[in-house]
Design a protein. Sequence first.
Length: 118
Amino acid sequence: MDDNEEAYYLNQIPEKRGSRFQASKISSVVRKVIQQRGYSSIQSADQLRKAWAEIVGDHLAKHSTIGKIERGQLTVVAANKVVATELDYMKSQILRGFQDKLPEFSIRSIRVRSDANR
């Protein structure tokens, strides 16, 4: 049997197909469980609050609350109009801080509103 003939016969052997029941990596299974149970949102809220306090300072962080992130927009509720005005003035600095500290949140804008009932 020469090399060409051997190569011909070897090419006739079908390639091994993987099973459709392949084992998943444990890291992907754990990640799915964390997402389904909501543990990731608790952890991410803590990260967001810590970053907020670092970016705006303790005084402004005490007088404001972080809301949801929807479509890249972070909503912040200020205790009064004075705090809301200060946060409005700092929007670009705050946005840069979030993009540096937490790029995975993909925050593109910040909406500040005051809550007189707080």
